[in-house]
Ligand binder design. Structure first.
Ligand SMILES: [Zn+2]
Ligand SMILES: [Zn+2]
Length: 319
């Protein structure tokens, strides 16, 4: 069971860290067994999350962790926001945490100011999903190290729960994980840590629900994963006007970098928040040139490709 495995990690980490990193048994146990067990926790949930567990890369980390990442937001612990179990090896405390990547923030603001930024964002995140954050503790976490990475985790912590490795309340542990996953997904639905005014500027409406739906749709359309999946099965030609970058602009770059957009044509409004998967590839998507993409968003029905085609009054010149 996951809670027992994390408890073992918390209890054995200090001892393991005294031995060589390469091919360490506890290291392999964390990367493989813990990650596999964690994935089992997701089987009955309507979300697709990437799971990764680490005790360090090449050298022992100060704080071992197990992270859950939504590919719409991030694929690693260095960027975006995500769910993570963090372990303080000295006190054998295990923290479940809604946390943030520090790399970009540190790069822009430096470490000291960066931590202030992370703290503020952490609070904003909790405020955005009050019905979830109130189920957890919002006290600061103590990872027992003032190194750069652990300090970043402590600053980036939004809310969560502390468990003692030798006295985990099993029922609470799994209930917390489930609640935390729904909290994470609700936060994504509501715009993550992006300020509302920024989202409104883009959506062109002051209505908060519409703004959130628009922001989420755009996030889906721009997601690297989605682009890759859609372009794998759909020709890189505008489905509206027929613009083919390879023919009409002599585009010879990589498929992934085609100047065409991916349009999420299934309106998010038809989907209850946090209820189920947000999109299906390729059914819910169209490949459009940036102009057609803009125009279809101006239609009442943003899925009506026929209507878009009927409005187009030009055709491309082909020599
Ligand atoms: Zn087009
Ligand atoms: Zn679109």
């Amino acid at each position: 069971m996951l809670h027992e495995m994390l408890a073992r990690l918390a209890k054995e980490f200090v001892y393991a860290r005294g031995k060589p990193f390469a091919d360490n048994e506890l290291g392999n146990f964390v990367r493989n067994d813990i990650a596999t067990e964690a994935k089992k926790q997701l089987i009955y949930l309507p979300f697709t999350l990437t799971v990764k567990a680490s005790v360090g890369a090449g050298v022992w980390a100060a704080v071992p962790w197990l992270g859950f990442f939504d590919p719409l937001i991030t694929k690693s612990a260095t960027t975006g926001f995500y769910i993570v179990y963090l372990i303080n090896p000295q006190t054998e405390d295990i923290y479940l945490s809604l946390n943030q990547g520090t790399t970009q923030v540190y790069q822009e603001f430096g470490e000291k100011r960066g931590r202030e930024v992370l703290k503020r964002r952490a609070q904003d995140m909790a405020f955005r999903i009050p019905e979830y954050s109130k189920k957890f503790e919002n006290a600061p976490i103590d990872l027992g190290s003032i190194a750069s990475l652990p300090s970043g985790y402590m600053a980036g912590h939004s809310f969560g729960r502390k468990y003692k490795a030798r006295a985990i309340d099993e029922a609470l542990f799994y209930e917390d994980l489930q609640n935390m996953i729904y909290a994470y997904e609700a936060l994504i639905d509501r715009g993550g840590s992006t300020p509302t005014d920024i989202m409104q500027e883009e959506s062109g409406t002051k209505n908060i629900e519409e703004t959130r739906r628009y922001a989420l749709s755009r996030r889906i359309e721009r997601s690297e994963n989605v682009r890759k999946e859609v372009l794998k099965v759909t020709a890189p030609i505008c489905q509206g006007c027929g613009l083919d970058p390879a023919i009409h602009y002599d585009y010879q770059g990589k498929l992934q970098h085609t100047p065409l957009d991916i349009h999420h044509s299934k309106p998010i409004s038809g989907l209850a928040e946090g209820e189920t998967r947000r999109y299906k590839v390729p059914d819910d998507f169209l490949v459009l040139c940036p102009t057609c993409h803009r125009m279809i968003h101006k239609q009442e029905n943003t899925a009506d490709l026929d209507r878009l085609r009927q409005t187009i009054k030009f055709s491309y010149r082909v020599n």
